[in-house]
Write a protein that binds this ligand. Structure first.
Ligand SMILES: Cc1cc2nc3c(=O)[nH]c(=O)nc-3n(C[C@H](O)[C@H](O)[C@H](O)COP(=O)(O)O)c2cc1C
Length: 490
């Protein structure tokens, strides 16, 4: 598996998925707009800006659309085969997440690339970095979106790695916005309740595995570092931060160390979100007083644009990891016959729509799957639409799902609604905003009616033997594209 962001970029470039921009591009709305527009092109490449304007650190570049809507880049980020079809990628991700945890491995600062350059105290001026402004109405410039933030629980010592945005507040200050209830929020509260500052490390140039893990919820006593070690098959190399004593990924591009002091708040936001709308209005948020900056020579900042699909950095990797977790939750509940689950990337950052495919085995089976999928831990947040389809429908193929919804679902009978469910303050459909974060969920049964399953209209799909014969003659028949993977055969 790749060692760090640089090795991964090399893999991505060899796969033809990197677009280098050598001409000057401004941090002020221009990079985000290039990333937004590039995501609509066929390849939706990762974009590396090698010549940012106003950069005070020689050779600094910025990587945007790192994973974007590319399953190939996500597979490479997870150390998997980039040729895997979506359903197999989800299955393989499930297996990765089930691997035993491996703790990080401490290495000496002298051999850690991230400490090639270190600045302390008055030497620090973060405004010398080309920190992007992403959306016209954002409250400021955001250093961390494609980041991870590292904190330690003062009671049990668990090290948390979370992706939280960080608005530039001054030469030595960044915002530390974390939604209530999230791990870093709870850890920070523990320090503050004792009147102590919360030590923090924020990494602004991070490899895609740690970035993906930082944005996922794990049990509070599980460190994302250990999950990442398990996936890599060896402990992630870290170096101990001289100021905070927190572990810093040794191969990170750039990391800061500092402290969030009790009650030290500054206005923060709004910020263009994964829903494709601005989130909550400007409000006070904690700040981190930065006391050290460590960076590699010519560091690469990783930037994550939040937007509607396909421009949103989180949509597709969330879709893959969330689908794996939902599938896993359903299996753990002991529901038989699950053939796959898919949290569609285009639905509000991968949160809004979940499709589950099952082999119906008894009356009420589809209704059970719908109810459990709607409320299982991995899918309970935000999901508005849960669709059950039969096992001849690939849940990752939206046109097959739409076909099932329009030929097997009778809306007056087959849709149920759950009310007062867990949604998000970012859901613009709930108004006035005070109604949030309660929402509702529609359960759509797009399976064949089990009461009539024996007499349900016969599907007109091709015969298996003829499909196989045609596949053998595919080239002779003059087709140059690969033989299509027809899954529905008689
Ligand atoms: C690019 C990106 C930016 C994010 N920004 C924030 C943020 O500013 N605040 C927040 O609470 N969650 C944010 N999230 C979601 C968290 O990363 C996610 O809830 C994660 O599970 C938090 O880690 P935790 O479970 O260890 O608290 C962001 C996710 C992504 C992908």
């Amino acid at each position: 598996m790749y060692k760090d962001l640089r090795e991964w970029i090399t893999q991505v470039e060899s796969a033809g998925q990197l677009h280098r921009v050598g001409v000057p591009v401004s941090w002020n709305l221009e990079m985000s707009t290039v990333s937004y527009m590039a995501s609509y092109t066929q390849q939706s490449p990762a974009v590396l800006f090698e010549n940012p304007t106003d950069s005070g650190i020689p050779g600094t570049s910025l990587l945007w659309n790192m994973l974007g809507s590319s399953e190939q880049r996500i597979a490479l980020g997870l150390g998997l085969d980039p040729a895997l079809p979506t359903r197999d990628l989800i299955r393989a991700t499930r297996e990765l997440l089930a691997r035993p945890l491996i703790a990080p491995r401490m290495i000496d600062a002298s051999s850690a690339p991230v400490t090639q350059n270190s600045l302390f105290g008055e030497q620090i001026d973060l405004t010398r970095l080309p920190v992007p402004r992403m959306w016209p109405l954002d409250g400021g410039r955001y250093l961390g979106t494609g980041d991870v933030v590292i904190t330690r629980d003062p009671e049990d010592g668990t090290v948390n790695v979370g992706t939280y945005r960080q608005m530039l507040q001054g030469p030595r200050e960044v915002g530390f916005y974390v939604s209530p209830g999230k791990d870093a929020f709870l850890q920070r509260e523990k320090y503050w309740s004792k009147g102590q500052p919360c030590p923090v490390v924020a990494v602004y140039g991070v490899d895609p595995l740690l970035f993906m893990l930082g944005s996922q919820g794990f049990a509070r006593d599980v460190s994302e570092f250990d999950v990442g070690g398990g996936i890599r098959g060896e402990g992630i190399e870290v170096v101990i931060g001289p100021v905070t004593g927190l572990p810093i990924p040794a191969h990170a591009e750039i990391a800061v160390e500092g402290f969030a002091y009790p009650g030290d708040m500054k206005p923060e936001g709004p910020f263009g979100e994964f829903t494709g709308y601005y989130g909550k209005p400007e409000a006070d948020a904690p700040v981190i007083k930065v006391e050290a900056v460590h960076h590699r020579d010519a560091p690469i900042l990783t930037c994550a644009l939040m937007a509607e699909y396909p421009a949103c950095e989180q949509n597709t990797f969330f879709s893959i990891i969330r689908s794996a977790k939902i599938w896993d939750d359903l299996e753990k509940l002991g529901v038989p016959g699950i053939r796959g689950a898919y949290s569609h990337p285009a639905a509000a950052g991968g949160f809004g729509l979940v499709i589950v495919s099952l082999k119906q085995a008894r009356p009420g089976h589809a209704a059970q799957v719908l109810a459990l999928a709607a409320q299982c831990p991995a899918a309970a947040y935000y999901t508005k639409w849960i669709v059950a389809v039969d096992d001849d429908v690939d849940p990752t193929k939206i046109d097959q799902v739409l076909w099932a919804m329009t030929t097997r679902c009778n809306p007056s009978e087959d849709i149920d609604v759950l009310r007062m469910t867990w949604s998000s303050p970012l859901d613009p459909s709930q108004n006035p905003p005070e109604k949030r974060p309660f929402g509702s969920k529609a359960l759509v049964n797009a399976c064949k009616d089990y009461r009539h399953i024996k007499t349900f209209s016969t599907r007109s799909h091709p015969k298996r033997e003829v499909c196989e014969q045609v596949a053998k003659r595919w080239t002779e028949l003059g087709f140059s594209a690969p033989v299509p993977d027809v899954q529905s055969v008689e």
